[in-house]
Design a protein around this ligand. Sequence first.
Ligand code: DAT
Ligand code: MG
Length: 137
Amino acid sequence: MATEETLVLVKPDGVARGLTGAILARIEAKGYALVDIRLVEPDRETLERHYAEHEGKPFYEPLVEFMMSGPSVAIRLAGNRVIEGFRSLAGTTDPTTAAPGTIRGDFGRDWGLKVQQNLVHGSDSPESAARELDIWF
Ligand code: DAT
Ligand code: MG
């Protein structure tokens, strides 16, 4: 299987809490390659494109607001099966129940806010990865 690329975001909570380095360390220790990396403050339009699949859901608006609350780190990440591999490193969506050993499981929990602050984003399919990389890079 050819090398894949995926979009990873260290979300505003991860950047604000000073966890970017710890998250990058896990990604690098796994052996994935950083192809490009940048600090971004996305506007609403960018986030509406990125989260188009969630438009209309109850958490959509708080999610977009949260993502505008501070800078994120966008990463173009490469490796064999990196799309599913990074999602495995990240853990499941809800940080309270994400498995220990994962980024969300080790660093995240429910802070009682309106939206789940779960530290990272990773594309969920080759189609999503291509679409999202085009939005962020
Ligand atoms: P993931 O980020 O694991 O791919 P997703 O694509 O289903 O999850 O949702 C995108 C983000 O939206 C997720 O990281 C956090 C937020 N979210 C998802 N489901 C939620 C819910 N039930 N309540 C609050 N926020 C939610
Ligand atoms: Mg998703």
